[in-house]
Design a protein around this ligand. Structure first.
Ligand SMILES: [Zn+2]
Length: 470
C-alpha cells in the first residue's frame, strides 16, 4: 500500500503519517475569531483541512476533527462596544454567519466546534497547573507564561530565543518579567465580560484556549495540529509551551500550515482597501468556485487571489461539469446493453480511467497535492469526452461516472444535484423539445431561461439535448 506523506512544519520535511491509534486520526485546526464576517483568508485553512479530512476518511481513517471558534478577545469586545451589544451577542451572530459560509464552502461540520467561553474551567485549571509547575507567574491579577523556562521554545518556528528577546520591545506599562513572556490571564476591565478565577475576575489570553481544548477533546498528545502559516509564531509556539509544560507530554505529532492568500499580489489588509469578505466573493462567483480556486494550488504555496484566477477556476469547473453531463447523457440515451461478461475488450475504458484515478491518489498522498489531483480529474474528463458516448456499454459508463464523482466528492466539489432536481430538469428539457417541435419559440425560450436560472446550460446536438450544471 502507498504511504501518505505530509509536510511536518516541526521537522521541516515530508513525513509518513503514522497515527497514534491505528486507523484513527485526531486533528485540531485553529478556527476563526468571530467579530466580523469571514474574509477570503479564512477560507483557505477551512477548505484545505476539510479536504484533507475527506481524503483521510476515504482512506478508511476515523477522523476526530476539532475546530474552534474564538468567541472572546479584544476585537470582539471592541466591536461589541461600538455596536452597543454584548460580546456574547456579537459572537453568536458571527458564529452563525461563519457557519453559513462554512456550509456554503461544503465543509463538513467538525466533530466538535468548541468555543473559548465553553472551556473556561479547563483554561483556569491549566493556568493553575502552569503556575504550580513554575512555568507561569501571577502579577496584579495577570498571569504570564515564563518563556525562558521552556527549553523547546522556538523549535516550531526555528526562532532563537535570545535573538527574540534582544529584538523585542518592552512596553513599560507591562508587568511581564521578560518581553517574550505572554499573557495567560488578563484582569477584568470595567464594563468588560469576566470570569472568576483564583487570580480574580478576568478573561483568558488567546493562546491558552487551544491548549485547553485539545486536552479536553483530543488528549495530551494527538496526531495533527493545523492552521494558517501566520499562526506558527507566536500562537502555535505558545500552545506547545503551554501544553507540554502542563502535561509533560509531546503535544501535536505533526504540524500542518497553509500559505498566505495575497490579493492582487499584495498582502490583504483593511487599510489597503483590498479586504474581501467571503460573502461578497461568493455572491460574485460562488462558494464552489472559491473552493475550487483554493484547491487548484498546493496548500503550502502562497496563492494570488484576483478576478483572473477566479475566472480560471470557474472555467475549470465548467469543463468538469460538462464531462459529468456527458456521462449522464450517454447513460440516459444508451443504446448498448452489453454486459461485462460478453466482451472484456471494452473494459480498457474503465481500466484507463482507473489508472488516471490512481494519479489522483498519488498526488493526494504526496503532501495533499490537490493541484496535481485536479490535473488527474481533468485527464479523466478529457478521456471521457473522447472515448465515451451513448454507444459505450452502460456498465462502463456507470463505472467511470462513479469514479469521477467519488474524486470530486473528496475535493468537496458537488457537480450533480440530488436526483429529484435532475428529474425536474429532464422534464423541462422534454417540454422544451415539444415546444420547439411545435415551433412555439416563446415557450421554448422561457423554459431555457428557467433552466438557466437553475444553473443549467443546454447544448443542442444532432442526437438530442445535452445539459449540465454551470
Ligand atoms: Zn490555536
Amino acid at each position: 500500500m502507498r504511504i501518505l506523506k505530509i509536510y511536518n512544519t516541526m521537522n521541516r520535511r515530508k513525513e509518513e503519517l503514522i497515527p497514534l491509534r491505528e486507523n484513527n486520526i485526531s486533528m485540531y485546526v485553529c478556527g476563526p475569531t468571530v467579530y466580523d464576517l469571514l474574509h477570503i483568508g479564512n477560507a483557505r485553512p477551512l477548505v484545505v483541512f476539510d479536504t484533507f479530512r475527506k481524503y483521510l476518511e476515504r482512506k478508511g481513517f476515523k477522523v476526530n476533527f476539532v475546530q474552534n471558534f474564538t468567541d472572546i478577545d479584544d476585537k470582539i469586545i471592541n466591536r461589541s462596544a461600538e455596536l452597543n451589544i454584548s460580546a456574547q451577542e456579537l459572537a453568536e451572530k458571527y458564529i452563525a454567519e461563519a457557519e453559513h459560509d462554512i456550509r456554503g464552502l461544503n465543509c463538513q461540520a467538525p466533530t466538535v466546534a468548541p468555543r473559548a467561553t465553553q472551556v473556561m474551567d479547563e483554561i483556569i485549571s491549566m493556568i493553575q497547573s502552569l503556575i504550580d509547575k513554575g512555568f507561569a507567574y501571577e502579577k496584579n491579577g495577570s498571569v504570564f507564561y515564563n518563556t525562558e523556562k521552556f527549553k523547546h521554545y522556538g523549535d516550531l518556528s526555528g526562532k532563537n530565543i535570545s535573538d527574540l528577546i534582544s529584538g523585542a520591545r518592552v512596553d513599560v506599562n507591562e508587568e511581564k518579567q521578560s518581553p517574550l513572556d505572554f499573557v495567560l490571564w488578563k484582569p477584568q476591565k470595567p464594563g468588560e465580560p469576566f470570569w472568576d478565577s483564583p487570580w480574580g475576575g478576568g478573561r483568558p489570553g488567546w493562546h491558552i484556549e487551544c491548549s485547553a481544548m485539545t486536552k479536553k477533546y483530543l488528549g495530551d498528545t494527538f496526531d495533527i495540529h493545523a492552521g494558517g502559516e501566520d499562526l506558527i509564531f507566536p500562537h502555535h509556539e505558545n500552545e506547545i509551551a503551554q501544553s507540554e509544560a502542563a502535561n509533560g507530554q509531546t503535544f501535536a505529532r505533526y504540524w500542518m500550515h497553509v500559505g498566505f492568500i495575497n490579493i492582487n499580489h499584495e498582502k490583504m489588509s483593511k487599510s489597503k482597501g483590498n479586504f474581501f469578505t467571503l460573502r461578497e466573493i461568493a455572491e460574485k462567483y460562488s462558494y464552489r468556485v472559491i473552493r475550487f480556486f483554493i484547491l487548484s494550488a498546493h496548500y503550502r504555496s502562497p496563492v494570488n487571489f484576483d478576478d483572473v484566477s477566479l475566472e480560471a477556476a470557474a472555467n475549470g469547473l465548467e469543463r468538469i461539469s460538462n464531462s459529468v453531463g456527458l456521462l449522464r447523457y450517454a447513460l440516459e440515451n444508451n443504446s448498448n446493453n452489453q454486459t461485462e461478461s460478453e466482451d472484456s475488450m471494452e473494459d480498457n475504458i474503465v481500466e484507463s480511467v482507473r489508472t488516471l484515478a490512481a494519479r489522483f491518489d498519488e498526488a493526494m498522498d504526496d503532501d495533499l497535492n490537490t493541484a496535481n489531483a485536479i490535473t488527474a480529474v481533468y485527464e479523466i474528463c478529457k478521456f471521457a469526452n473522447t472515448n465515451i458516448n451513448s454507444k459505450t456499454p452502460a456498465f462502463q459508463i456507470e463505472e467511470v461516472q462513479k469514479i469521477l464523482l467519488e474524486l470530486l466528492d473528496i475535493l468537496g466539489i458537488e457537480i450533480d444535484k440530488p436526483n429529484r432536481e435532475n428529474q425536474e430538469i429532464d422534464r423541462l428539457v422534454g417540454k422544451r423539445q415539444i415546444a420547439r417541435k411545435n415551433k412555439d419559440w416563446a415557450t421554448a425560450d422561457s423554459i431555457r431561461k428557467k433552466l438557466s436560472d437553475m444553473g443549467v446550460l443546454l447544448e443542442d446536438r444532432a442526437d438530442g439535448i445535452r445539459w449540465y450544471y454551470k
